[in-house]
Design a protein around this ligand. Sequence first.
Ligand code: ASP
Length: 291
Amino acid sequence: MTSQRFALVLHGGAGVLAERSYQKEVDHMRALAERSRDMLGDGMAALDVVEAIVYELEISGLYVAGKGSSPNTDNRYELDAAIMDGETRNAGAVAAMEGFVSPIHAARKVMETTPHVMLAGWGANKLAEKAGLERVEDPDSYYTPAAVPDNRPYATGTVGCVALDRDGRLAAATSTGGTLKKTPGRVGDCPLIGAGTWADQEVALSCTGQGEFFIRSLAAGTAAARVRYLHESPEEACRWALKDVKRLGGDGGIIAVGRDGRVAFPYNSQGMKCAVLHADGRITSGVQEQS
Ligand code: ASP
């Protein structure tokens, strides 16, 4: 591999509806991957890059995260997000948070301004308010939930990003509106460190799919442990974790980047919207497997 020594993968959710075109999302993700090449090329830290990319995904309204989130059964928008710095293993997360444009910015505030890893509900809202984060004044006019067929059991539009920067640091970030028609207070895998999001000095990962199964299989943490202790490649480790998710009855996808710049983006759902900045400088994007 002719290495530029940085790489990044971003996703817009696992599972696609066969009858729908995702060209708009793919073009958007590709443009972000191109932007990330400049950011990482300029020496920006992986942690800042994953936060910036996930923020762009959140405000686009194209995914089931941030602006594109769907309401729960009480018609309220409760959002989850997590960010993790592989170098220090510092992490921050918010769960069932309401009323703010960027859950990923709030997760970073949890990481940097509190001694905690996760704040939930009104505590997360309070922190975001104190930090002066941008508010959603009128949820009904701000959010643009996608029309999803009634028989669809869960939404698959979580967003995430993993990056390796020029200095060899890894980071991961994930943000979601959660599953479709979820119960008030339901929290998925995305903000749970080790379930939907993880980064250490070996690998960074972000998951998407039916969160309950990713929690029960501790998907991201297990894949990371396989890289660390079994010396598997990110690809092998993620495929193993997805098999475990499948064994429990779920499906989805995982994006990962290792400290050597090797990327992985396997899924066992119908597809996964994603874009990849490979360590050799190539950018690929799509809703199905790309090499
Ligand atoms: N994993 C997310 C959740 O369960 C959903 C998704 O990936 O779209 O909240």
